[in-house]
Design a protein around this ligand. Structure first.
Ligand SMILES: CC(C)(CO)C(=O)C(=O)O
Length: 350
C-alpha cells in the first residue's frame, strides 16, 4: 500500500533510507530538515546515495522547517531520524502533520522510543534499529554507505518493533518497505534489540569519536580492543540485569560479553574484534559528529548505560570514564585525537 511518509531530520540514516524508498517508488516521501544547504541541494540536484550498494541520485521533495506550515495532506508515518538530543522538539514539531492514526518510527541510535511514545501515545510509536548500516553524510544531499550490505552475509540490518510489544501488520509492513534497502524483520523484542544496538554503539562510537580513529585502526590497537571489550561487558551486564532479552551484540551473545572477565572468554572476544575492522576504515556516527564539530550523543548512549547501571547496581567504570572524556571533547576543553585513549586508560586503570 502506498503511504505518505515524512522523514524528520534526514541525516545519514534518514537520507539513506529515504533515497532507497524514493527509488523503490511505492510510497510518497517528504524530507524535512534543519540544514539549509542539505535541503537546497536536494531540491536543486536530487539526493545521491553511494557506496557499497551502488550509486544513484533521485529527485526528492525536500522542505525546510519553515516550509512545513504549507503541508495540507497529513502523513501516515513520520520517521524520526534526528540526533537523540533533538528528538523531543522534532516529534512535537512533526506531530501536527501526521494523521490521528498515523505512526512515528524512531530510526535512531540510543533509546528514544519512550520520549516519542510519551508525546504521541504508546500505540502510535515504533522503533527501528539500523544494525551495522554504516552511513555518512559528509556533504549536503550525498549519503554514502561504507558498510557491506547485511543481506550478503546473513545479517539483518533493519529490526522494526512496536513500542507495545507484539508484531503487528503495521510493523511487518514497515519491515517489508525497509527490506527494499537491506534485510529487515519485524520483532516483538524492541527493548532487547535496542539494548544490543546501544551496547554495539557504546563499545565503539565514543572511543572512535574522541580518538578520531576508524574501525580498522581500532581493530589493530590492543588497548582499544581491551577498552571496547570492557565497555561491551558492562553494557551487556546492565542489559541483562534489567531483565531484557538482549539479542546478539556484534554477532556474539550478550551473556558471552557479560562474562568477559574470564581469561578464555576475553581472548576469544579479543580475537574476534581484531578481525572486525570492516570493509573500510569507518568513522562511527559520533566520530563524524565530532569531526563536524557537532554535539555528540554520548549522554544518550554511554550515559544511558551508566544510568541504568546505577539503577540495577552494576558498576560501569569504563562507561563512566568514556562519558567524562567525551564531555570534555564536546565542550571543546580537549581536542579529539588518539592521545585521548591514554586518558581513558589512565582514568580506569591508573
Ligand atoms: C554501529 C555503527 C558504527 C554502524 O552501524 C553505528 O551505528 C554508528 O555509526 O552509529
Amino acid at each position: 500500500m502506498a503511504d505518505r511518509i515524512v522523514i524528520m531530520g534526514p541525516g545519514a540514516v534518514g537520507s539513506y533510507v529515504g533515497a532507497f524508498l524514493v527509488q523503490a517508488g511505492e510510497d510518497d516521501i517528504t524530507f524535512i530538515d534543519m540544514w539549509p544547504e542539505h535541503v537546497e541541494k536536494m531540491r536543486a540536484e536530487g539526493l545521491r546515495a553511494s557506496g557499497s550498494q551502488g550509486d544513484f541520485t533521485v529527485p526528492v521533495n525536500a522542505m525546510h522547517l519553515t516550509d512545513a506550515q504549507n503541508i495540507t495532506e497529513p502523513f501516515d508515518y513520520a520517521f524520526i531520524t534526528v540526533k537523540s538530543y533533538d528528538t523531543e522538539w522534532a516529534t512535537h514539531f512533526v506531530k501536527r502533520y501526521v494523521k490521528d492514526d498515523g505512526a512515528f518510527v524512531s530510526i535512531q541510535n540510543c533509546w528514544n522510543d519512550p520520549t516519542i511514545a510519551n508525546i504521541v501515545g504508546e500505540d502510535r510509536q515504533l522503533g527501528c534499529i539500523a544494525s551495522h548500516i554504516e552511513v555518512a553524510l559528509w556533504e549536503p544531499a550525498h549519503v554514502n554507505r561504507g558498510g557491506a550490505p547485511g543481506r550478503d552475509h546473513g545479517h539483518t540490518v533493519f529490526r522494526v518493533g512496536e513500542y507495545t510489544g507484539a508484531i503487528t501488520p503495521r510493523s511487518e509492513a514497515l519491515a517489508a518497505k525497509l527490506d527494499h534497502i537491506d534485510a529487515a524483520y519485524a520483532t516483538d523484542n524492541l527493548p532487547g534489540e535496542r539494548w544490543a544496538k546501544l551496547c554495539q554503539n557504546g563499545m565503539g562510537n565514543a572511543i572512535s569519536a574522541m580518538s578520531q580513529l576508524g574501525s580498522q585502526e581500532m581493530a589493530g590497537d590492543d588497548r582499544i580492543r581491551r577498552i571496547r571489550i570492557n565497555l561491551a561487558k558492562e553494557g551487556a551486564q546492565v542489559g541483562l540485569a534489567q531483565g531484557l532479552r538482549v539479542v546478539e551484540i556484534n554477532g556474539t551473545p550478550a551473556e558471552f560479553w557479560a562474562d568477559a572477565d574470564r581469561g578464555d572468554v576475553f581472548e576469544e572476544l579479543d580475537g574476534k574484534l581484531s578481525e572486525a575492522g570492516g570493509r573500510v576504515n569507518w568513522l562511527a556516527s559520533m566520530a563524524q559528529d565530532v569531526h563536524k564539530r557537532r554535539k555528540s550523543e554520548v549522554d544518550f548512549m554511554n550515559g544511558l548505560i551508566c544510568e541504568k547501571g546505577r539503577e540495577t547496581g552494576v558498576a560501569t567504570p569504563y562507561h563512566d570514564a568514556i562519558v567524562e572524556a567525551m564531555r570534555l571533547v564536546d565542550s571543546k576543553a580537549i581536542a579529539p585525537g588518539p592521545e585521548n585513549v591514554d586518558r581513558v586508560v589512565r582514568a580506569i586503570e591508573g
